[in-house]
Ligand binder design. Structure first.
Ligand code: BDP
Length: 710
């Protein structure tokens, strides 16, 4: 399908408006909205946030009702009138006796309700605080866009997690590490003088899903971001984001005192180093009074860190925490740590290093942990630090940008992956100790809580590099707000706002999204295989790579396929990574009888003729899973022919083109991996499996020097 989709003329669906399209509703709904939402009334003293909320409401109602311009007014002396939408914080005298509803309690909570007035009704949006008003407004707009009527509306909710943050892996030259949606949004060079209006739209989109913070720069940080010149740039972004309830954070390079501070050490126990960071924090807060804090990647993949000085991660984190504490800032210290020199199984290393430090971190430190113990793979078991560090607030780190899941060209709905992780039971305090409860602080009684998502946002007109990748941004925000959220419901919600409310579209499209995650696991890394992608850029299959400097950089390290079998023994006879999980999880993973098929080769090494529970041999099952993945990708492409008919031609064609790429690359993954495993095993092709069209050497010879994001 060769339709041009660079059309940015009025009305073209170029993806820019995300899920905030506010297209006119059906005639009767639009009419009813016109009579129910005649004015926006601000009931509390005006602030930048209330004005932002009111402006959004006006924009939304005008679009959805296709009606006349809406007035935004302060509360009139006679009180609200029929058909008003009144917004304000609770506690004012603008609405009878405001009841506390359980769902609306706490910071950011809101209640949206219909109230009687003069024989009619008005709509009240009450927030527990300024952000709550904003979130209530967006909840109302979400409900309206999803096809609900404003009549007798009743919505109430509050966020379950405190810090809901995007992490941008954006460099100061606008290159985005693992970015597949173009350059960085941040025009660092022209900031602070030039302020791109997109910054406001970015903030609106985030606020609409409850995101309340953003780390502007890459975890592989340049120290220069902490110089006055760049602090001024970050401060300008903070000014734009503030009305939308979004705080700015920075990734700090551990060696900054050496790199830009003129010191010859970065030892966290050195008084001069401590003083340098304290002064740096003062300087940042003078420019950004609500600065959120620092994210730190230390002693990992070549980044400097306190271990260089024989100090622990806690020494490092606590030193920075002391500098930020007087200002109310936090340190998010990453646990994505593995050493170039440590022979221990890589998936064990973070737990080994951090577990003994549990309980020793300062009050304003969170340890930020990736969802799995390896690295954002299509499927990993949950990280054993969740449930293993009760004395430390653990911040979940998810990856929105699909570094290992087909970049921006594969349709993979990550809500399904994240829900799987969040709902997994760690058994830390017996059954029911889900990862979600660790992260939202319920399990261990932590008040400081957070979830971070590595952003998939760039300068592409559609922000995320594809229409369906916007769903991952959306779902991240919704699950950060409520980690017990239902990914399927979220998919539906997103589809309704983004494409169409027609149930004939929404239901099957949501199901397609939910299945998409399993498809990518099947055609890339079925049965617990992992980390078999191309070196460096991580594009495409390369299970054969075995010649890189460090063992754990090589795909071969993770599967060890030879004539005898395949898989990584992480049971007691191997690396014993299973011991890092609580009973009965470790036992379940550690036993061939009980390990789920999807983690088989992650935890076990088995012969090729090993029989799975359904009686097939491992070799047969592997071939079958790869084939199934391709079939699932083909089915998504075929289904889109029907589903796409509910979508405007521009986006319909674009999604179809992307699905074509996905099908082609799914076949490539299957064929290249099976060619390799067949050669390693020396076995005949199982019945019904078509041998790959190319030779193994052909697959091995493929090079992608300009793959993005590397
Ligand atoms: C890996 C990425 C690398 C990141 C690293 C991290 O390939 O670009 O710097 O994670 O999270 O997955 O620090």
């Amino acid at each position: 399908m060769a339709l041009m989709y660079t059309n940015t003329a009025m009305g073209a669906e170029d993806g820019y408006r995300l899920w905030l399209r506010y297209e006119s509703l059906a005639t009767t709904q639009a009419e009813s909205l016109r009579s129910q939402a005649r004015r926006v009334v601000i009931a509390s003293p005006r602030t930048a946030t209330l004005e932002a909320a009111a402006g959004e409401l006006r924009r939304g109602i005008e679009g959805l009702s296709a009606g006349a311009p809406i007035d935004v007014i302060d509360m009139p002396a006679e009180g609200p009138g029929e058909g008003d939408v009144v917004i304000g914080t609770t506690g004012g005298d603008w609405r009878g006796a405001p009841e506390q509803t359980e769902k609306a309690i706490g910071p950011g909570g809101y209640r949206v309700s219909s109230q009687a007035v003069h024989g009619g009704t008005y709509t009240a949006v009450e927030g527990q605080d300024q952000s709550g008003v904003l979130y209530g407004v967006f909840a109302l707009l979400r409900a309206l866009q999803s096809g609900n009527s404003i009549d007798s509306i009743e919505l109430a909710d509050h966020p379950r997690v405190g810090l809901r943050l995007l992490n941008h892996w954006d460099n100061l030259d606008r290159y985005v590490e693992r970015g597949y949606a173009g350059q960085s949004l941040w025009d660092w060079w022209r900031l602070p003088d030039l302020v791109d209006p997109r910054y406001t739209d970015y903030a609106r989109a985030n606020a609409s899903i409850g995101i309340n913070g953003t780390v502007l720069n890459n975890v592989n940080a340049a120290a220069e971001v902490l110089t006055p010149r760049y602090i001024a740039k970050a401060a300008k972004l903070a000014d734009v984001f503030r009305p939308w309830g979004i705080r700015v954070y920075l990734s700090a390079r551990w060696s900054a005192p050496r790199d830009i501070g003129g010191l010859d050490t970065a030892d966290p126990l050195d008084p001069a180093v401590r003083a340098w960071w304290a002064a740096k924090a003062d300087e940042i807060y003078a420019a950004i009074p609500d600065f959120g804090g620092f994210l730190v990647k230390a002693n990992s993949e070549g980044q400097p860190g306190p271990r260089e000085y024989g100090r622990s991660h806690a020494d490092g984190a606590n030193m920075l925490a002391a500098a930020l504490a007087p200002h109310g800032g936090v340190v998010m210290w990453r646990a994505f740590v593995y050493s170039e020199t440590d022979p221990e199984d890589r998936v064990r290393q973070a737990y080994t290093e951090f577990k003994p430090l549990d309980g020793t971190f300062a009050d304003n430190v969170l340890v930020q942990v990736k969802n799995g113990p390896l690295d954002f793979q299509p499927r990993e078991p949950f990280h054993p630090m969740f449930g293993g560090m009760p004395g430390t607030p653990l911040m979940m780190e998810f990856q929105l940008t699909k570094e290992y899941l087909g970049f921006s060209t594969h349709l993979v709905y990550l809500g399904a992956l994240w829900e799987e992780v969040l709902q997994t039971d760690t058994f830390a305090q017996g059954g029911g100790s889900t990862v979600a409860k660790v992260v939202d602080g319920r399990l261990d009684g932590h008040e400081l809580t957070g979830i971070a998502g590595v952003a998939n946002i760039g300068r592409d007109r559609d922000w995320s590099g594809s229409d369906f990748d916007q769903a991952n941004w959306y779902a991240f925000g919704r699950l950060a707000w409520n980690p017990d959220g239902d990914a399927h419901v979220i998919a539906r919600e997103w589809l309704q706002q983004t494409f169409s409310t027609d149930p004939a579209f929404v239901e099957p499209a949501a199901e397609l999204m939910m299945r998409s995650r399993e498809a990518v696991v099947n055609y890339m890394t079925p049965l617990g295989l992992t980390h078999i992608m191309g070196t460096g850029h991580h594009y495409g299959p390369a299970p054969w790579v075995d010649d890189l400097g460090r063992p754990e950089w090589n795909p071969f390290y993770y599967h060890r396929a030879d004539a005898d079998g395949i898989g990584f023994d992480r049971t007691a006879s191997g690396s014993n990574a299973v011991e890092q999980y609580h009973a009965p999880v470790g036992e379940q993973f550690g036993s061939l009888e009980s390990v789920p098929d999807e983690y088989l080769l992650w935890f076990h090494r088995v012969p090729w003729d090993y029989r799975l529970r359904d009686g097939t041999t491992l070799w047969q099952a592997l071939a079958r899973q790869y084939d199934q993945g391709v079939g699932q990708a083909e089915a998504m492409r075929a289904e889109w022919e029907t589903l796409g008919q509910h979508v405007d031609p521009v986006r319909r064609a674009r999604v179809a083109d992307y699905l074509d790429i996905q099908v082609r690359e799914a076949k490539w993954w299957r064929d290249a991996c099976l060619a390799y495993f067949q050669a390693r095993s020396g076995l005949d092709w199982p019945d019904g499996v078509t041998p790959p069209p190319l030779t193994l050497d052909d697959y091995r010879a493929m090079q992608f020097p300009y793959a993005p994001g590397n």
